[in-house]
Design a protein around this ligand. Structure first.
Ligand code: GUN
Length: 169
């Protein structure tokens, strides 16, 4: 078994609909009623949640959006590139890794409402990238949108290449 599969098994991770594997590691026991959250949230949410997220070499996190900010933390393996398209159409990457003096950062913030996905950087040493993703209020699949290629091409025609490489449908 390669390292990626061993880690997936050891951390008890499941397939994520955006690609890769995840395991929820924390869900606050306290809840905020939806009427006390901004109007874009339609159901009650835990105060905060956290996951492990693993991408195998060659796999990608498909372009998606959530309604809250997401904080990505680098843990181990190969650096990851997070690709963000902000609502105004600007593209912004985050090069997430632990080689801080060579331009990688161990923590990255994705703004609420931005379209984003991720790719694993080329590396011969590791066959995976393991990160953490933390959100507040907590994650709910009701507030998660996995985007279709055609819908994104209509909104952001200038990013055709990125959209074609980071969507599956
Ligand atoms: N729980 C299930 N999927 C996700 C995700 O994509 N992000 C976060 N933060 N939590 C999740």
């Amino acid at each position: 078994m390669n390292n990626a599969d061993e880690i997936i098994k050891y951390l008890d991770m499941s397939k994520h609909p955006e690609g890769g594997y995840f395991k929820e590691t924390y869900r606050s026991g306290e809840t905020i009623k939806h009427q006390y959250l901004p109007k874009r949230f339609t159901i009650d949410h835990a105060f905060s949640t956290a996951i492990y997220f693993l991408l195998k070499q060659g796999d990608f996190s498909a372009l998606h959006t959530i309604k809250q900010e997401e904080i990505w933390h680098f843990y181990s393996g190969t650096p990851i590139d997070i690709h963000m398209i902000h609502p105004d159409g600007d593209y912004e990457p985050i090069h997430l890794g632990n080689d801080i003096l060579n331009g990688e950062i161990p923590q990255g913030i994705v703004p609420a409402g931005s379209v984003f996905g991720a790719t694993v950087c080329d590396n011969s040493k590791y066959d995976y990238s393991l990160v953490g993703c933390t959100v507040a209020p907590g994650f709910e699949f009701e507030d998660f949108t996995l985007h279709k290629k055609d819908e994104l091409l209509e909104r952001f025609a200038q990013h055709r290449e990125l959209i074609e490489s980071l969507t599956r449908e």
